[in-house]
Design a protein around this ligand. Structure first.
Ligand SMILES: CC(C)(COP(=O)(O)OP(=O)(O)OC[C@H]1O[C@@H](n2cnc3c(N)ncnc32)[C@H](O)[C@@H]1OP(=O)(O)O)[C@@H](O)C(=O)NCCC(=O)NCCS
Length: 293
């Protein structure tokens, strides 16, 4: 049965999710996504999660990134369990809004297994295309030209300034930073800011590790006045080095396939471009929504 967890369950959910083997080539929901969303507070994050428990074990975690967009991770042991996957599809499609509202909705379900085909057979359609990019961290990561520091209270204004310049519609603030870094996901995270030869803060990134599993970059950006000078490549290399130091097997990211600048930048930093993955959308006029018990 699907439930919305309480704040007290967040640590368990994050630790459990971090323990599942992770395929960076598909870039499904990662602990980094939960960690990043802790910026809105523990209450908000818990209220945005949906969890499925089977035989007293966590089987799936969904994050409502938007009221009509659920991003899903399913435990490897449950991905091919046909009964579970059918019940999961029923919950996603239910007309009683137990997970998603009636009408047009989207689901990000990139893991292997029959869920995608099941939803497509029910009238769902391929939606926005995303491009995963992956860097193997077995070998040493090349040097770069930036002076990179880990963000603390002293460097926070620089980090926020770069962030706001790179993402003009961001709502990220000092308070959000505080809330994010207080979350259980941040125990395995690092935020970096890069300074150029003039000691000007030009680039920033946060990396999220999950033990020895692949670690995620979220977010990454370069100050708009300093783009086009190799700083994006450099901060992605710095992020890779940080994840390598934290024990991650790979660094990965997924970016909308339309963000050609980001894709070029990750590639320049040695990330391999993987096959596009599509969200799934249930059209508003679909008769897919079913009433289930
Ligand atoms: C994407 C971004 C980080 C690039 O930063 P940057 O400092 O300009 O990138 P670099 O100068 O290091 O460029 C690295 C490579 O990408 C290429 N590139 C960068 N932006 C590009 C663009 N808009 N279109 C095509 N290629 C681009 C460069 O030509 C360079 O290629 P090369 O190594 O073959 O010469 C920056 O534009 C940004 O902050 N964008 C907004 C935030 C964002 O989209 N973040 C990524 C979210 S996943």
């Amino acid at each position: 049965m699907v439930t919305t967890p309480g704040v007290e369950s967040l640590r368990f959910i994050i630790e459990e999710l971090a323990s599942w083997p992770y395929d960076p080539d598909r870039a499904s929901l990662h602990v980094g996504d939960l960690g990043w969303n802790h910026q809105f507070g523990a209450e908000w994050l818990a209220g945005s999660l949906r969890v499925w428990v089977e035989d007293d074990r966590l089987a799936a975690v969904g994050l409502l990134d938007e009221p009509d967009l659920l991003r899903l991770a399913v435990a490897p042991r449950a991905r091919h369990d046909e009964d579970f996957v059918r019940r999961l599809a029923d919950d996603l499609d239910a007309a009683d809004s137990r997970v998603l509202p009636v009408g047009e909705v989207a689901v990000e379900a990139r893991f292997e297994g029959p869920l995608r085909d099941l939803l497509l057979a029910r009238g769902w359609q391929d939606d926005e295309a995303w491009t995963p990019l992956v860097r193997d961290l077995t070998d040493p990561v090349p040097e770069h030209h930036l002076r990179v520091v880990e963000v603390d209270a002293h460097h926070l204004p620089d980090r926020l300034a770069v962030h706001h310049s790179a993402f003009d519609r961001t709502t990220f603030t000092q308070q959000r930073w505080q809330a994010m870094t207080e979350g259980p996901g941040y125990r395995q995270a690092r935020s970096l800011v890069g300074y150029d030869v003039d000691d000007c803060a030009v680039a920033m990134v946060t990396v999220w590790a999950a033990g020895s599993h692949p670690g995620e970059l979220e977010p990454m950006g370069v100050h708009r006045n300093h783009q086009g000078r190799g700083h994006g490549r450099a901060i992605c290399l710095a992020a890779s080095t940080a994840l390598q130091e934290m024990g991650a097997s790979h660094a990965f990211v997924s970016t909308p396939s339309t963000n050609l600048g980001a894709i070029a930048t990750y590639r320049a930093a040695g990330f391999e471009e993987k096959t596009q993955v599509h969200d799934l959308r249930r059209p508003a006029d679909s008769s897919a929504a079913v009433v289930t018990g």
